[in-house]
Design a protein around this ligand. Structure first.
Ligand SMILES: [Zn+2]
Ligand SMILES: [Zn+2]
Length: 273
């Protein structure tokens, strides 16, 4: 089954797409499962954003769930899920836990966008770091996020730091940090979580990178016994829904993966890739 487990709509501050439009496009492209995973980035330092105006506020309301419920009853041909992408920031754990308990989120992605108060999309994130230090710092934040005390189902876009990286070689590959990546992958496997293949790769695309994490990391995950994976386009606009699905799915099948692990209404199930 074609699946896309990571999408944003106007209930995220950086998308203006109605969820109805996203679902219609996904169904048209032959997807059988689509999850919206709206942003919950409570630690986003809005006042410090160098570009000024952009405010990363939290927009999830009752209406999100009402509309998703109606949409599912209007579109029985596609399985829809109202999920959330939680941006991990240690200072905000109590508030994240409280917000997660406000609504019955069907699926929870655990992502790292901010390290020590700075988004890696900001130039000042990189000041004073060489590639190794900057990437290691990001991996430390990811490792820490795996111990978040709230419920989560999947690790979002591992290797996110490569998207805006100012270095010549952007993609985080397994051989860069085998020890740290083995630790992260082992914890994901031990905790029974899902490793997402995110086809929004930003600046890494020029290096031929198909997804985040890079295929080299999926290969190692498989070697270590990891089998739970899924696909997410991280689309904020409908033309990106399901982006590169076939290519990414083929690359994962070549490694040996044969199932997507999906979550809906908090319940895990699998579908053949
Ligand atoms: Zn994200
Ligand atoms: Zn996202």
């Amino acid at each position: 089954m074609k699946v896309d487990c990571h999408n944003h709509s106007l209930f995220s501050p950086d998308s203006s797409r109605p969820p109805e439009e996203g679902a219609a496009v996904a169904a048209e492209k032959g997807f059988g499962y689509l999850a919206f995973t709206e942003h919950m980035d409570l630690g986003f330092p809005n006042d410090a954003r160098p570009e000024g105006e952009f405010i990363f506020n939290y927009l999830i309301t009752d209406e999100y769930f009402r509309r998703m419920e109606k949409l599912q009853s209007d579109m029985p041909e596609i399985s829809l899920c109202a999920g959330v992408e939680v941006g991990y920031t240690p200072e905000d754990v109590p508030e994240i836990m409280s917000k997660l308990s406000d609504y019955p989120f069907g699926y929870v992605i655990n992502s790292v966008h901010i390290c020590h108060g700075l988004d890696c999309y900001w130039k000042k994130y990189w000041v004073g770091y060489d590639r190794r230090q900057a990437y290691l710092e990001y991996l430390r934040c990811v490792r820490e996020s795996l111990d978040a005390p709230y419920r989560w189902d999947a690790v979002g876009h591992l290797g996110y730091i490569g998207r805006p990286s100012p270095f010549e070689r952007k993609t985080l590959v397994y051989s860069d940090f085998p020890e740290e990546l083995d630790d992260i992958l082992t914890v994901i496997i031990r905790k029974g979580k899902i490793l997402e293949a995110n086809s929004s790769v930003g600046g890494c695309a020029a290096e031929g990178t198909l997804c985040l994490p890079d295929i080299s990391i999926f290969r190692r995950y498989y070697e270590l016994g990891g089998r739970k994976i899924n696909f997410g386009s991280d689309s904020h606009r409908s033309e990106r829904t399901g982006y590169n699905y076939d290519i990414v799915a083929d690359a994962l099948k070549n490694i040996g993966f044969d199932k997507w692990t999906l979550v809906k209404n908090g319940k895990e199930f699998t579908e053949d890739i």
